[in-house]
Design a protein around this ligand. Structure first.
Ligand code: VNL
Length: 400
């Protein structure tokens, strides 16, 4: 019996069988099996940024566990791939996921070069590429199929400069990792503080691979600024802080200010007391005070051997949230253009606070919090003490 005849018979018989209540379980099983929506998640699960992979995979899986694996009548299948942090691998995996697995959506992308390597494929295949980690501002401009749920470095760095100006920090040195997000942090922090009457005496850039901060920290010391503003990517903060303390900075009267990537929730306990008092700006703290976040942190810890979620986990959790919401809105239509249209302007209450997707830029609009590292009980947290509401990426806002 050919498939054609079979399906014809099923359709002819369907009303009768359904009436008898005999068809429903069988038919729905067939339909579900056929209508699986595959989501390809590409992350650095090994290599120097493996903490980002671990956090994001855990968060995506928690989201599915909490919300079920069915949306708009379709079964969700998450496929996780390890790109080891190498852009050529990210690109190959994306190609395989699109061509062989026929994924409807790609998500993840732990670092800027990894996200950039996939942008042309997303455009060509018309597959939405949800960037849940990488944070260089221009990433979303590389394909109309990119939507971001993480943050941008200009978004986090401008508020740090504004706080500095109000708190009598006038002479600064910047020290950033030498690639996309670091250069964004350097530029937007420096421009903002200079416009406000401050002075940037040096812009120091440390290599991404095997960074040795010691010679750069010596130059910071020699310049004796009021503060040093630092960006290093998630996972590198502990190595930086170790050398910072070893060189006696905590006693040299030079303040450390940073984006929250440095005082990452994933590393704060490991960094320990040297982080106490560091003021920094970011979009998420595990101690963010909301019922949604309390429930999230508790569930995340429970499912992951007490691991504390960081901002990377939240980027992926919201990435899944966005995909579910878009599928709901399209009533299960997985056409790439339809999904992107559904995502534009979408808003929800994230565990980080209220968020939305800017319909013009496809980038996330969110609160940025000014935080100070403090001890809560026996643990260190970034304690939020001021909020700048609904911040759009300044890089794209400046172009208008
Ligand atoms: C990036 C930006 C990566 C911020 C990060 O951690 C981060 C990036 C891995 O765009 O490469 O904290």
């Amino acid at each position: 019996m050919s498939n054609h005849t079979f399906s014809k018979r099923v359709w002819l018989a369907a009303p009768v069988l359904a009436g008898l209540g005999l068809l429903a379980p069988q038919l729905s099983q067939t339909v579900m099996a056929q209508e699986t929506v595959k989501i390809g998640m590409i992350l650095p699960m090994t290599g120097p940024s493996s903490s980002t992979g671990r956090q994001q995979e855990a968060a995506a899986k928690l989201f599915i566990q909490q919300n079920g694996a069915t949306v708009a009548g379709k079964k969700i299948e998450l496929i996780v791939k390890d790109d080891t942090g190498a852009p050529d691998v990210t690109k190959r995996l994306a190609q395989e996921l699109i061509v062989n697995d026929k994924v409807s959506v790609l998500l993840g992308f732990g670092l800027t070069p990894l996200a950039l390597s996939v942008a042309p494929l997303a455009t060509q295949a018309k597959v939405p590429q949800i960037v849940t980690a990488a944070a260089t501002a221009m990433i979303t401009e590389q394909s109309p199929f990119i939507v971001r749920t993480s943050f941008t470095l200009p978004q986090a760095s401008v508020p740090m400069a504004e706080w500095s100006l109000k708190n009598n920090i006038k002479k600064v040195v910047t020290l950033v990792t030498d690639y996309g997000p670091g250069l964004d942090a350097e530029k937007w922090f420096s421009d903002t503080i200079t416009k406000g009457g401050g002075t940037v005496v040096e812009n120091l850039r440390v290599p991404l691979r095997n960074p040795d901060f010691a010679p750069f920290l010596q130059r910071v010391k020699d310049a004796s600024p009021d503060a040093v503003f630092v960006f290093v990517p998630s996972g590198f903060g502990a190595a930086f802080m170790k050398q910072f303390v070893e060189r006696g900075f905590d006693k040299a009267g030079i303040k450390l200010i940073a984006t929250g990537d440095v005082t990452d929730d994933d590393l704060l306990q490991e960094i320990g007391d040297p982080a106490l008092g560091v003021v920094n700006t970011h979009h998420y703290s595990a101690s963010h005070n909301s019922p949604e976040n309390k429930a999230f942190v508790e569930a995340f810890r429970k499912a992951n051997n007490n691991m504390r979620p960081n901002f990377m986990a939240v980027g992926a959790y919201d990435g899944m949230q966005l995909i579910y919401k878009a599928l709901d809105k399209t009533k299960g239509n997985t056409d790439g253009e339809a999904l992107i249209a559904a995502m534009k302007g979408m808003s929800w209450t994230s565990v980080r606070g209220p968020v939305s997707i800017d319909p013009d830029t496809r980038d996330i609009v969110q609160n940025i919090y000014v935080r100070k590292v403090e001890k809560v009980g026996t643990e260190l947290y970034n304690q939020e003490f001021a909020t700048i509401e609904a911040v759009k990426d300044p890089f794209k806002a400046a172009k208008k």
